[in-house]
Every structure is written in C-alpha cells, then in structure tokens.
Design a protein. Structure first.
Lengths: 544, 176
C-alpha cells in the first residue's frame, strides 16, 4: 500500500477514535467518573497513539501518551476528574487540530511541544487554569472521512439483486427482438430499443459499481505469508525472501477469502521442494538467498496471480517415476512434459519419500487445483529445471457474475466460462480427422484434440454437417470442444449445484436465463483432465 | 409452472371430512408410484407440475435434473428410480413434491399426488418385509386406510443414504 493510501486509512481511523474520545469526555463531564468510560477512552487513545507513532508523528504520539497518563491517574484516584476534565476536553481539540494539519500537509509532523507541557502541568497537579486558547470554530468540524464500514452481507444482497437485474435485462432484450419482428411501427420499436440500451448501460454501471465496492487489494491475503515463509524457512535452515508485486491489484472479497488456502499450499511447496539450502545454492552459482515472488496483475476481466521461486525446479523424471508408481501413467507412456507436470495436481501425489512437517504428505496441490477450479479459475505450472518453478492462477474478477459463451449440445444449452475460451470457429464434418482413434483438427499449424460435448456428457448426438468448435486455451495447450450451435456471449449469474448431484463431473454450476430456463455451466478443467486420461489409456498395450 | 399449495387448510380439510372420527394424529401427503406412498405434510414444501427439467450429466441415474423454482436451482430426484421400482415416463399427472428435510430442499418426481390424509398415530405399523418391493430401510412403516395400503417413506434416511452413495460411487472418472 502506498503512503497516501496508508495516510488516508490512518486519518479515517484516527477520526473515529477521536470521536470516541470526544463522546466519552462529554459523558464523563455530565455524569461524573465512570470506570467503563475511562477504559473506553484509554482504548481509543492507545490505538491512536500506536498508529501515530507508526506513521512517524512523534510529537502527537508523545502528547497522547501524556493524556493517557493523566487518565490513568484519574482511574487510580490520584487526580479528581473534575479538576482536569476541562483540560481533557481541550486536548481533544488539540488532537483534532493536529490531525487537520496532517491532512493538509502530510509531510510535516505537527509540533505539539507547548501542548505537551500543558498536559504535563496537569499531571504534576499544577493545573493552573492556563489561559484558554481560543479555538477556531472550524476545528470542531473535524476531518471528513471518505470511508464507511459496511457489513459484507449487504453488498452481497445488492450484488444478488443486480444479478437478477442482469437476467431480466437479457430477457427484455430477447423480447425486444421478438417485438421488432411483429410490430410494424418503426419509431416505437426504435424508442424501445434505445430505452433498453440506455437501461443496459446503467445496469452495467451499477453492476460494476457494486462489484468494485466488494473488492479488496490482494495484499489482504499476500500479507499473511511473510511470517509463514520466515518461520518455515528458518525451521528448514533455508534463507528465503518473499517479494510482492502488484499487491494492490483488487479482487472480489469472496475470491480473496478463497485464495488463501491454495496460495498457502503453493508457497509451502516452493519452500519445501523448490528453494535449496544456501550451501547448495552457492555451489550451483545461485544467490545465497532464495527468492519467492508473489505477484498479481489484472488482465481485462481476470486477475493473474503468480507464485515464482528460483529454486531447483520440478524434476520431471521423479514426477514421472512417482506417477508410474501411483499408477497414474504407464512406464511406457511418452514423456510429454505438459502432461507430466500437470500430474502434480493429482490427488495424493508426492515425490518425496518421507513426508516433512510442511508438505509432501501428498495433499496440497490437488487442493489447489480443486479450489481454484471452484472459483472458475485455472491453475497452471511451469518449470525450468535448476532455475525456477512458477504457478500461475487465472481468476475471474468476480465470483458471482461471469461472461460465458452459450453453446448448444444435444437438446441442452451449456455455458462455457469465457475465461477459458480462446476463440470459436465453424467447421465441417470433413475437417475433423482421426488419428490414433482420436478426433483432431488441424488449426493454425497445430493439431488440436477434439472433444464432442455431446459425447462427453452422454447426450444424443445430432450429426450435423456443420458445427462449431470452441477452442479452449490453458497455458500453451489448446483443445477444441465441438458443439452443435453457438448462441453468443452472455453474462450469467452463477448458482451452485446442490451436492445431491455428487461431483457431477464436468459441471461447475448452474445459471438461470432470462426466460427461466436453467443452463449448466461447464467445468472446463474436466476437459483437460479427461484429455490426460484418454491419452494415457490410448497408450495402454493391447487396449481393447 | 403452476403450483398447488398444500397447506393444512383447503384440500386437507376436504379430505378430513372422511376421517372426522379421528381427532388426534398427523397429516400425510400421499402419492402414487404404482403403490401408494406417503410423507408427513410437515416435510412437504409445495407440489409443482413437471416443467422443464434440465438434465445434469454424469450425475447418479436417479437424479432427474434441476428445475427453476422461482429463481432457485432445485434438484429433482426420480423417486421410482431411487427406490429401484420399474421406470415410468413423465405424464400429465406427474408431479414434483418439493420436500424440505433439515436444511435440504429437494424435489421428488412421482407419478401423481393423490391426497392429503389425516391419520392417527396408531395408523402406522411396522412394515412386513416380505410384501414390499422396496428396501425397508427407507420406510417408517405401513398403514391401512379402509382397503388401501399406504407406505410411509422415511425421507431423512432416504436422502442421507443417498448422499452417502454419491460419495462412494459418484466420482467415477474424476481425476483431480
């Protein structure tokens, strides 16, 4: 967080503490001594003191410290409250003035030398009714705050309402198209169209506004890790520095909340399996200190979060070996780097022989993949042996409303999250070739595997001469999903599927369209996993 | 999708005229699956006609799909398939009995909803195992009403058991 933002937080916070101080003093003045009130004042002052010290406003810190002392003496019955209440009320104004000065000129720490002396005089019992400083009326106004605290539930409710609004907007647009076909009144239909368009813009603005209100900087979750990295590195005798990049990138709070666990596992992995001990690093000619970089960046409607370490990378051979041992692949399978590396996301996968305290128990990376998938995101891993390993997480900005491509297959309509879609093309049956019992298509100098959604979901297959391929991308791999028809792109509101359906492989959730129809949201992760499965089975010897 | 609400009043009272003499007891919603089955009315949220059911791929075969119940995505279970009874197509008289057990709301697809009846607590007897087509685990008991035999379903067990089943066998083909 930069200094300006920090200062803003400080001032907002300080003003709320000052308000508590003021209120409590007023109550003390009118009702006399009350232990609870004094404790409340002390609490507010203490926080304010700490924050002021942290921000470098030394004089203000000392001043508040003296007021604290004064109040403690009151609490211990060393001073009568009535003797100093006027002085205390003055002190609230002093703090208020100081805060205003800070707001106007944040670089200069206000000098409260004289005021400190006044309070110390009170402390020493020599509280001569010192000449009352005239206080400017305007100082009672305090500084204005730009922030309010809102219960997250309220924002959630608002977003749900906006979600419904988006659904009905879509429905109205459909009706408008139908009306244009039957009503022969150009000016009127045009007006309807314009009106709807205008409303659509406002709804989009409203939606964006509420989504913005729900966003937090990823620093909220990043900042939880330095301590963990330090402790874990120490316990393993490693030297590791954790660096942040783009930590002020904003994400929906619900996504932030869900992000902690996957990141925890990835970072643990980097410490445990990635970064070498200092001696090994020096021997390899690397910097003695290992580095883990946690970075975040926004790319259109997505946020990319990367965890990169400069450790020893992923040892493909031992991953392969472990995968063979677990029966995930056959020893004679071709060593395809992409396939192998994605195996580390399989449940219970570990290459370590003995589990360490931290990771290697074979849980972790499958949790990562599952959690990220739940957020409609993707996680990929890449590694250069002896140089680095990087995990890349791609997440939609919001959990609740995502853009999706609507595709028809069989008699159903499915929503494919746009986050995974590279492009879509229209093809003819003869463009599809069969290699090794698998359908593929030649596309942009590459051969892509084709998965027919009808088959994947066990639907009736309408053999059409012309149909569409939706090209999905994940890292540098591409896969083509064959669907009967495309219905265009649409914003959909995600509703979870009931657990009664089990894991309903291939389905990530459901959404309700404007016409009341339910569409299922495709879990694009399943295609990649499915592809792995197919390619491994395909290479089984004498597979019937 | 039109709805028929089955509150304790209305239809229920009509039915009760036949059973005036029984003052104490509880209400049951009965429905047809070849035999006549019943669940306590306290577990029935509402009864809806069968509209568009969206099939969910790769789910257990007895899960019929999902319907849109006023903006909520409601799972629908095919009770015939769940109880391993022979299948029957959806007809005009088919209904979805929306039940609420614990915090779980789930729709049960049945052939037809028959009645709301009021019965006394003595009405229910333990089910004689040999006469029943279905697993007695899911049954609270049977009751005789005049010449009819009514099988009382234990929804809690039925739904709990089913969750268990899914965990055991539902992850076919899942890799991660």
């Amino acid at each position: 967080m930069d200094y300006i933002a920090l200062l803003k937080d400080y001032l907002d916070d300080a003003n709320s503490h000052l308000a508590v101080f003021d209120d409590s003093l007023m109550a003390l003045e009118s009702n006399g001594f009350n232990n609870d009130l004094v404790m409340r004042v002390l609490g507010a002052l203490h926080t304010l003191k700490g924050n002021s010290g942290m921000m470098g406003f030394e004089s203000l810190k000392v001043y508040i410290h003296n007021i604290e002392e004064l109040l403690k003496q009151v609490n211990d019955n060393e001073i009568e409250l009535v003797e100093i209440i006027a002085g205390l009320l003055d002190s609230a104004n002093v703090i208020r003035n100081a805060l205003q000065q800070i707001e106007k000129n944040p670089d200069a720490s206000p000098d409260l030398g004289e005021d400190i002396l006044t309070v110390q005089q009170l402390l020493n019992g020599s509280g001569n009714e010192s000449e009352k400083k005239s206080v400017e009326l305007s100082s009672y106004l305090g500084t204005k705050t730009d922030t309010i605290k809102v219960d997250f539930k309220r924002l959630d409710d608002l977003l749900n309402l906006v979600g419904e609004l988006v659904i009905y907007k879509t429905r109205l647009n459909q009706i408008e198209t139908e009306i244009r076909g039957v009503v022969n009144n150009k000016p009127l239909t045009k007006e309807l169209k314009d009106g709807l368009e205008f409303m659509g813009k406002i709804i989009a603005g409203l939606q964006e506004g509420i989504m913005r209100a729900r966003m937090l900087p990823v620093n909220h979750v990043f900042s939880k890790f330095p301590r963990m990295v330090r402790d874990l590195a120490k316990s393993q005798g490693k030297e590791i520095q954790l660096l942040f990049e783009g930590e002020d990138t904003e994400l929906d709070k619900t996504v932030i909340d869900e992000l902690e666990e996957p990141l925890l596992h990835i970072i643990r992995n980097a410490i445990d399996h990635g970064i070498e001990v200092s001696r090994d690093r020096v021997n390899k000619g690397k910097a003695q200190k290992g580095t883990i970089v946690l970075s975040a960046a926004q790319e259109s409607n997505y946020v990319i979060i990367k965890v990169r370490d400069d450790g020893k990378g992923i040892d493909f051979d031992s991953v392969r070996e472990a995968a063979v041992k677990k029966g995930l692949i056959k020893p004679e399978d071709a060593p395809d780097k992409d396939n192998i590396i994605s195996l580390i996301f399989s449940a219970g996968f570990t290459t370590k022989n003995e589990a360490t305290d931290i990771s290697g128990r074979g849980i972790g990376l499958d949790v990562v993949s599952r959690n990220i998938s739940k957020l409609n995101g993707h996680v990929t891993v890449d590694s250069i042996p002896e140089k680095e390993t990087s995990f890349t997480i791609k997440l939609p900005l919001s959990l609740a409303i995502i853009p999706a491509l609507m595709a028809e297959a069989g008699d159903e309509v499915y929503a494919i999250p746009m986050s995974a879609v590279d492009e879509s093309i229209k093809v003819r049956e003869e463009d599809i070739h069969v290699i090794n019992n698998h359908e593929v298509i030649r596309f942009r100098e590459r051969v892509l595997p084709v998965i027919r959604l009808n088959d994947f979901f066990g639907l009736n297959r309408k053999r059409k001469k012309r149909f569409y391929l939706v090209i999905l991308g994940r890292a540098d791999r591409r896969i083509a999903i064959a669907v009967d028809r495309l219905r265009g792109q649409q914003e959909i509101v995600i509703k979870p599927l009931d657990e009664t359906f089990g894991k309903s492989y291939g389905i990530a959730g459901a959404s309700i369209l404007g016409d009341g129809r339910i569409v299922l949201i495709v879990d694009v992760m399943s295609f990649w996993n499915g592809r792995n499965k197919i390619s491994f089975e395909e290479q089984k010897p004498n597979n019937v | 999708m039109s709805r028929i609400h089955l509150p304790a009043s209305g239809l229920a009272e009509d039915m009760l005229l036949n059973d005036k003499e029984q003052s104490e007891g509880f209400h049951l919603v009965t429905f047809n699956l070849g035999e006549e089955y019943a669940v306590p009315i306290s577990q029935v949220y509402e009864i809806v006609r069968v509209g568009n059911i969206t099939m969910v791929p790769n789910s257990p075969s007895y899960m019929e799909g999902v319907i849109n119940l006023r903006g909520k995505v409601l799972p629908v279970l095919n009770l015939r398939k769940r109880l391993n009874l022979s299948g029957k197509d959806i007809t005009k008289s088919s209904r979805i009995v929306v039940t609420e057990v614990g915090s779980k709301v789930i729709g049960l697809l049945v052939d037809a909803v028959s009645h709301v009846i009021k019965v006394s607590s003595e009405f229910v007897e333990t089910a004689p195992e040999e006469v029943l087509e279905i697993d007695t685990d899911y049954i609270t008991g049977v009751g005789k009403l005049k010449d009819r035999l009514i099988i009382l379903l234990d929804l809690e067990k039925l739904l709990k058991r089913e969750k268990f089943d899914i965990k055991d066998g539902g992850n076919n083909g899942e890799k991660n």
